[in-house]
Ligand binder design. Structure first.
Ligand code: NDP
Ligand code: 8X3
Length: 249
């Protein structure tokens, strides 16, 4: 089975690539940083194929998929994991460039890869799209503005794909993690502010990338008649806030 994992250079994508290769799958790992992918290839051997691309660069993505060696081209599982949050400012102070980058990566990039690979999956009569959404797509929080909205897109897109694929054997799953540490997610969100990153994870028993990789593997390894629609997963340490009430008096 061939699995394409986007955002494979670090974080969930690297953990997922390792776990799937260990289970005997062949993994194409895509990301922008070739040196990280090459290091993973050196570690994982011939069942890992590094693929340097930026998911938001549509011509590059199309050409990279078309140029895959024949023995790697029939992708069975697409793990749409590449994504990012930029900033935690309220909407009226956020950078519009950051908003565009999130939309182009988390929404357009994910939709484009899906659009390119889905027809072949339908034609071959097998395939699984695993999207990496977030609890931010369900629960709003201050500063989540466009990031949360991109993940709400991912959730609804996943469910709508299921509706369109009725009558085919294809599967679609949305993985919706809460707080996960040991990745670059917060370093990217806080633009290299390591003190802020450390504070964010201080005294919290957060999830780790292997927890997410295991959830993805769980969804993929179900019997063929089972579709896991969504997996929402949080650390025990994380739960729901009360609604904010603004009191004027
Ligand atoms: P990381 O920042 O550690 O990893 C993100 C990965 O995405 C990297 O491999 C990065 O590689 C890749 N990536 C980012 N932008 C692009 C791009 N334009 N083209 C190709 N690859 C890209 O984050 P996580 O592993 O924590 O997050 C992975 C996914 O999980 C994201 O979609 C994130 O939104 C989601 N998520 C994360 C949570 C968390 O708490 N960590 C919780 C819920 C969801 P490179 O820079 O080499 O291109
Ligand atoms: C990442 C989780 O809560 O920081 O998607 O948005 S959160």
């Amino acid at each position: 089975m061939i699995v394409l994992v986007t955002g494979a250079s670090v974080g969930f994508g690297a953990a997922t690539s390792r776990m799937f290769v260990a289970k005997g799958y062949r993994v194409i790992g895509a990301a922008r940083r070739a040196e990280k992918l090459n290091a993973l290839a050196a570690e994982l051997g011939e069942n890992f194929l590094p693929l340097k691309l930026d998911v938001s660069d549509r011509p590059v993505v199309k050409a990279a998929l078309e140029a895959l060696p024949k023995e790697w081209s029939d992708i069975d599982v697409l793990v749409n994991n590449a994504g990012l949050a930029l900033g935690l400012e309220p909407a009226h102070r956020a950078s519009f460039e950051d908003w565009l980058t999130m939309i182009e990566t988390n929404v357009t990039g994910l939709a484009h890869l899906t659009h390119l690979l889905l027809p072949g999956m339908v034609e071959r009569g097998r395939g699984h799209i695993v999207n990496v959404g977030s609890i931010a797509g369900t629960y709003p929080y201050p500063g989540g503005n466009v990031y949360g909205a991109t993940k709400a897109f991912v959730k609804q897109f996943s469910l709508n794909l299921r509706a369109d694929l009725a009558g085919t054997p294809l599967r679609v799953t949305n993985i919706e993690p809460g707080m996960v540490g040991d990745t670059e997610f917060s370093l990217v969100r806080f633009k290299g502010d390591t003190a802020r990153v450390e504070k964010n994870y201080e005294h919290v028993r957060y999830l780790v990338p292997d927890d997410i990789a295991r959830s993805i593997l769980f969804a993929v390894e179900q019997p063929p008649y089972v579709n896991i629609n969504r997996i929402e997963i949080m650390p025990i340490a994380q739960t729901f806030s009360p609604m904010t009430i603004r009191r004027d008096a």
